[in-house]
Design a protein around this ligand. Structure first.
Ligand code: PLP
Length: 406
């Protein structure tokens, strides 16, 4: 391991737009589930760059593969045959049971692709103003269309007029979707996260997903599942919807697919696979050889190293440890999530725990104001799970025991 560069963290960065609230440390390098800052301080990573670093940092199989790819070919454009796109697409189809893939570069781009598929699907059926069912507390990205689909007024504030064509319902309320079905002949698709991430780790119930699948079949709608955060093994299956035994018509992926190299995917089943044709969609970087190699290696290493099993087992260890420590503690509301997508809801805003955890050498996130979110790399080991808990649980208990600051 190289010695960390002795560069002081510079916050604020005067030439960088201030769109993010940043902690003051700058990270220098990482290995496995560990990160070092530019002062040499070490952190345990229970965030994985927000569910991105599937294989942790500097993975010994991923690094040489990417180095070899960089030395061979990074980018070509989509003017030419794309054997690496075919290889990753075939693997994604094998593990999802779906049929065809369009590659893009991020989560919001995958979701934009889905919105285009749904609208074109509607137009092809003669529906001139197609509408898509979306959800309260959903997060689908920050482009104008995806923030319009997002169910969070803060994300939308200042960016009106919003894109039309969305009908919003609460999660896990079948009657609400049935009511939309009765009253709105323009609906063409239902679009949801299997586990809402930014919204607070709110899972769609298994029964709910099955009912929505049934409704989509009855009505001829597309079921479009945003697995940008919960997919790619995070819940202990390749995709979170597989716990419900349903198949979507469209599944959106990004984040963990490239282990840190930007890549997104619109994965389509038979009803959606041929909706977009030549000239309907495209992106310069989408599916470039570096991103494809990152995706192929990520999925291969996940299989070789049994990371689905690890995510399920380490997730269970987290759950057991968290409940052992927090059950019955005043201020602890609920533990939610599946596998290594974990939300600990408190009864009060707890954003300050982010900085306190970092000070104590732990990377976490807080979402929806009151929910501590853990999204560690899928390679996390049992001793590392115990270390996360050993740092985090006392912090949470101290925080809840302190008088509430209003
Ligand atoms: C479920 C979900 N969809 C979409 C996005 C947007 O992805 P990106 O930030 O890559 O555009 C996110 C990002 O947090 C997400 O969690």
């Amino acid at each position: 391991m190289n010695a960390p560069e002795k560069v002081p963290a510079t916050t604020p960065e005067p030439h960088v737009m201030t769109t993010y609230g940043r902690l003051p440390m700058a990270l220098s390098h990482g290995r496995g589930c560990w990160l070092w800052d530019t002062d040499g301080k070490k952190y345990l990573d229970a965030l994985a760059g927000i569910a991105v670093n599937t294989l942790g940092h500097a993975h010994p199989k991923l690094v040489p593969a990417l180095q070899e790819q960089v030395g061979k070919l990074i980018h070509t454009s989509n003017y030419y045959a794309a054997p690496m796109q075919e290889k990753l697409a075939a693997k994604l189809c094998e593990i999802s049971g779906l049929n065809k893939v369009f590659f893009c570069n991020s989560g919001l781009e995958a979701n934009e692709g889905a919105i285009k598929v749904a609208r074109k699907f509607g137009h092809d059926k003669g529906i001139e103003r197609p509408e898509i069912v979306v959800y309260e507390k959903a997060f689908h990205g920050r482009s104008i269309a995806t923030l319009s689909a997002t169910g969070n007024a803060k994300v939308q504030a200042g960016f009106g007029p919003l894109v039309e064509g969305f009908v919003r319902v609460p999660l896990n309320d079948v009657a609400a979707v049935e009511q939309v079905a009765q009253s709105n002949p323009n609906v063409v698709a239902v679009f949801l996260e299997v586990i809402q991430g930014e919204g607070g780790i709110n899972p769609a119930q298994i029964d709910y997903l099955q009912q929505v699948r049934r409704l989509c079949d009855e009505r001829g709608w597309l079921l479009m599942l945003d697995e940008v955060q919960c997919g790619i093994g995070r819940t202990g299956k390749w995709f979170a919807h597989q716990w419900a035994g349903v198949k979507p018509d469209v599944m959106l992926l990004a984040k963990g697919l490239g282990s840190g190299v930007p890549v997104g995917a619109v994965v389509c089943g038979p009803r959606a696979a041929d909706v977009l044709g030549p000239g309907n969609h495209g992106t310069t970087f989408g599916g470039n050889p570096l991103a494809m190699r990152a995706g192929i290696e990520t999925l291969t290493i996940m299989e070789e190293d049994k990371l689905l099993e690890n995510a399920a087992a380490m997730g269970a260890a987290f759950r057991e440890g968290i409940l052992r420590e927090l059950q019955g503690v005043p201020g602890f509301v609920e533990l939610r999530g599946q596998g290594l997508m974990i939300g600990i809801e408190l009864d009060r805003p707890c954003g300050e725990l982010l900085g306190r955890a970092a000070q104590a050498g732990l990377m976490i996130s807080v979402t929806a104001e009151r929910v501590i979110r853990l999204l560690p790399p899928l390679i996390i080991s049992r001793p590392e799970v115990d270390q996360v808990l050993a740092i985090l649980m006392p912090l949470v208990k101290d925080f809840l025991a302190a008088p509430r600051s209003q």
